[in-house]
Design a protein around this ligand. Structure first.
Ligand SMILES: Cc1cc2nc3c(=O)[nH]c(=O)nc-3n(C[C@H](O)[C@H](O)[C@H](O)COP(=O)(O)OP(=O)(O)OC[C@H]3O[C@@H](n4cnc5c(N)ncnc54)[C@H](O)[C@@H]3O)c2cc1C
Length: 366
């Protein structure tokens, strides 16, 4: 087991902020994780788990141990609550059908298929798998539910942490169970859907359990479509393809403009507040239920006059106002400066607080 010292985290966060980790380790299996539990450094140091760092902003060197979840963190023992479930296939054992458009499967022959009820599939996916690969795989097997979540960068294990979502779909609807290690006790735990306490871009993993757990596996319940109908597969894949196309047009290119996706959550206000705002700003968009209205943060930012805002190093993306981007070698300070300008302007105009969706890492903790 190699624990590195003073490693730059620039390649490990999509904002490309150049800070160092005092200690750094890559974990490739559950065995390695358990081995780590007995290391003195693990016991003594503050810990931070990350994968792509696609939802983080570092604001200083991390004076502790960064645990990077490496891709093949695969655990065959992880199980869905149902007896009838399957385990995601190992990449090297499975030729991905979408890589060759002529070879997608006509039948759901699957090496790990045990049995399934007629309408649903229960699948356990190891945490270190790439999210987009999993979505494509599910589409290729005629399993519906994930198709609108195509293209969200990150790994499967972080999907429940911030209850990822896009285009009116949130992952919590499809999660049956999350398996994780308690980093205080070293015990393996399993949380049911309800125990995860999902909310808008949050869960118990982002609140009371933050940095105290290591997710190893997520169990999903997806809808089985009729695999004899080629048209159903086409529909599913078409939705994902359209979403991917939209994302590539609307979101800034990560290579050119490093970011962590949507920087702010869409604010939720009371019906009274909504009526007051709508009276003043007729063009405001809101999505209501009987108690609350969710506003579109990008619209508030644009209406506050910050569509093209830049401080020379960081700014509001000119493709999507909800995304703050590293424009030119920005430091964390440049990004926090833009965050503050945006929050202040929106508050002044609408009396609405914008809360970051991105996890801001200060002194090693959020
Ligand atoms: C261009 C872009 C577009 C995006 N679009 C969307 C979108 O449409 N919808 C959306 O919801 N999000 C979006 N995001 C945010 C991001 O993709 C998700 O939050 C994603 O799940 C983060 O993945 P990650 O694996 O990089 O997690 P990281 O950023 O590395 O980690 C996120 C959190 O999970 C914790 N964590 C990571 N791995 C583990 C583990 N195994 N066990 C325990 N804790 C762990 C970390 O400590 C951290 O608190 C976008 C980001 C970018 C850069």
């Amino acid at each position: 087991m190699i624990i590195w010292e003073n490693i730059s985290l620039k390649p490990y966060n999509t904002f490309q902020i150049d800070v160092n980790a005092r200690y750094f380790i890559e974990i490739q299996s559950e065995e390695e994780l358990k081995e780590l539990f007995s290391e003195e450094i693990f016991k003594r140091q503050k810990r931070l788990i990350l994968w792509w760092g696609a939802n983080m902003l570092f604001t200083e060197d991390f004076d502790g141990l960064v645990i990077k979840v490496d891709a093949p963190c695969r655990d065959r023992s992880c199980t869905c609550p149902s007896e009838n479930h399957i385990i995601y296939p190992w990449k090297n054992e499975h030729s991905y059908p979408w890589k060759n458009e002529h070879s997608y499967p006509w039948k759901n022959e699957h090496p790990y298929l045990r049995s399934n009820d007629n309408d649903h599939i229960h699948i356990s996916v190891p945490a270190g798998e790439d999210w987009s690969d999993f979505v494509q795989y599910a589409n290729s097997q005629w399993w519906a539910g994930l198709q609108k979540l195509a293209g969200i960068p990150g790994q499967v294990g972080t999907a429940p942490v911030s209850n990822i979502g896009a285009y009116w779909v949130e992952i919590w609807d499809l999660i049956e169970r999350v398996e994780w290690y308690d980093l205080q006790t070293g015990e393996k735990r399993r949380y049911s859907h309800d125990e995860c306490e999902f909310g808008y871009r949050t869960s118990i993993f982002k609140t009371s359990l933050i940095n105290q757990f290591f997710i190893t596996c997520v169990c999903f319940r997806l809808i089985k479509l009729d695999s004899s109908l080629h048209s159903q597969w086409q529909k599913l894949q078409k939705i994902s393809d359209e979403i991917l196309q939209m994302r590539s047009e609307k979101l800034p290119d990560l290579e050119l403009f490093p970011s962590a996706g949507s920087f702010f959550k869409n604010p939720v206000v009371s019906i009274e507040k909504w009526q007051e705002l709508k009276g003043k700003f007729e063009e405001l968009i809101g999505f209501a239920n009987e108690k609350m209205v969710k506003l579109s943060a990008w619209q508030l930012i644009e209406m506050a006059g910050l569509k093209w805002y830049s401080n020379g190093k960081a700014g509001v993306s000119n493709k999507h106002a909800l995304i703050l981007v590293n424009e030119w070698g920005a430091t964390w300070n440049d990004i926090l400066d833009v965050m503050k300008v945006v929050q202040d302007a929106v508050k002044e105009k609408f009396r609405v607080e914008l809360e970051p969706e991105v996890v801001i890492i200060k002194n090693g903790w959020e």
